[in-house]
Design a protein around this ligand. Structure first.
Ligand SMILES: [Zn+2]
Length: 425
């Protein structure tokens, strides 16, 4: 179990590496049982923060450590004073959330099914000078009203939770909603989910399967577990998945495959967290992703598909939230790798599994599920991940092309020539 100071540095590192803060911006604190508070220091590079750099603020206001505490400590203490059950506060200036902060609007979490459950309602606090008691009062008041996430006017975001992980996940999810909304608005009109659609998604997801005893893991399975973890971690650092969203699976043999568990942080996923599914039963004591039934159906129907990724890359999903078709005839590589990408109505992946599994094939390796995810398949995990990256980078190019003159697609006769040259049917 990492120490409190190690937990703070790990999350700060992640925020910095994900581009959610600059080296001087952002601060994190954790409250101890005795009412004292660990907090990140002032004026220390957030990219190279060490556990010994974290400062302790005692209950009498005195401090201990190598540095001065973050100058924003007054609002951290105000949040703890407002809500005794809160044990961690995360503050940062992620560019997408700052875009909302300076335009004084709140990102709508109804853009994705799980976001509202993770974030809860988002509060808004009026501007005040950084480090001031006025700022602490404004923020403390919003947390006293019950918000766990507060957008700070002309500043950034404050997120809180029972743990620093929970506070981070809330901020990360809201940041994802913000990035997706911005990308969607660049492309067209963003469509939000209804309460009914969000409830349906919650009720229709299940990973309930009978259990089996998975006593031995052979070398092949061990190696596949290792490979999957490499790509799962990479999907987080490249912001193609978040800590709470993104499902990876890979086939072991005709009747079994490995899949990511439900509720485990993707960035921290270990080889032994992955769940083996065999003949429709799950490895004892582990809970597979709630999309396990769809993965199983795809493997059953398509012997040439050996890896499936359900991910949340913001540019691809810009098509998913606007309903605009993703035309892959932009550059040859994009068309060859992705072929045509169908856009499926929201809920297809859990309401209409049979149809969705039937639609996916080696000729239609990628589908977008409206307001939810992209499903990418491949003959192995490397090919599926490659497709995921190509899909996201190409989508980014299309969204950006809209700002520099619009996309001109490859002509049909040139596509016919690509089909002939690369044996595409
Ligand atoms: Zn700040």
């Amino acid at each position: 179990m990492p120490t409190t100071q190690e937990q703070i540095t790990a999350v700060m590192q992640r925020i910095y590496n994900n581009g959610m803060t600059t080296l001087s911006g952002g601060n994190i604190s954790i409250r101890n049982d005795d009412g004292s508070t660990w907090i990140t220091p002032s004026g220390v590079d957030k990219g190279t923060l060490r556990p010994e750099d974290i400062v302790l603020i005692n209950t009498d206001g005195s401090t201990q450590g190598l540095h001065r505490p973050s100058s924003e400590y007054p609002f951290h203490l105000a949040v703890y004073a407002a809500r005794p059950e809160i044990r961690a506060v995360v503050h940062a200036h992620p560019p997408a959330l700052v875009a909302f902060s300076i335009s004084r609007t709140i990102p709508d979490t109804r853009i994705m099914p799980k976001a509202r459950d993770i974030c809860g309602p988002v509060g808004y606090s009026a501007y005040a000078i950084p480090g001031s008691t006025a700022l602490a009062d404004n923020i403390g008041r919003r947390f006293a009203e019950g918000y766990n996430l507060v957008l700070m006017e002309n500043h950034g975001i404050v997120s809180a939770g029972h743990t620093v992980q929970e506070a981070f996940e809330r901020m990360e999810t809201l940041d994802f909603c913000a990035r997706l909304t911005i990308r969607g608005n660049q492309l067209g009109n963003v469509r939000l989910l209804t309460d009914q659609q969000i409830d349906n998604a919650r009720q229709n997801q299940t990973g309930e399967l009978p259990e089996f005893d998975h006593s031995t893991i052979d070398a092949k399975e061990r190696s596949l577990r290792r490979d999957m973890c490499v790509f799962i971690h990479r999907s987080c650092t490249r912001q193609l998945a978040t800590s709470t969203e993104g499902t990876f699976s890979a086939r072991l043999d005709e009747n079994s495959f490995l899949i990511t568990p439900y509720g485990v942080d993707r960035a921290m996923m270990g080889e032994n967290d992955l769940v083996c599914i065999k003949d429709g039963t799950r490895e004892r004591g582990k809970n597979p992703s709630h999309s396990v039934l769809l993965h199983r159906m795809i493997y059953e129907r398509h012997s040439d598909i050996n890896a499936i990724i359900m991910a949340h890359p913001p540019c691809v999903l810009a098509f998913g939230v606007t309903g605009i078709p993703y035309d892959t005839k932009t550059i040859p590589e994009t068309y060859i790798m992705l072929r045509n990408i169908p856009l499926l109505p929201f809920g297809s992946q859990f309401i209409d599994r049979e149809k969705t599994a039937g639609l996916i094939s080696s000729k239609t390796p990628v589908v977008i599920c409206e307001n939810d995810c992209v499903i990418v398949t491949g003959k192995n995990i490397l090919e599926a991940f490659d497709r995921l990256e190509v899909a996201e980078y190409s989508a980014q190019a299309i969204v950006n092309a809209g700002l520099v003159g619009g996309v001109k697609h490859i002509a049909e006769h040139d596509i016919a020539a690509i089909n002939r040259t690369f044996n595409i049917s």
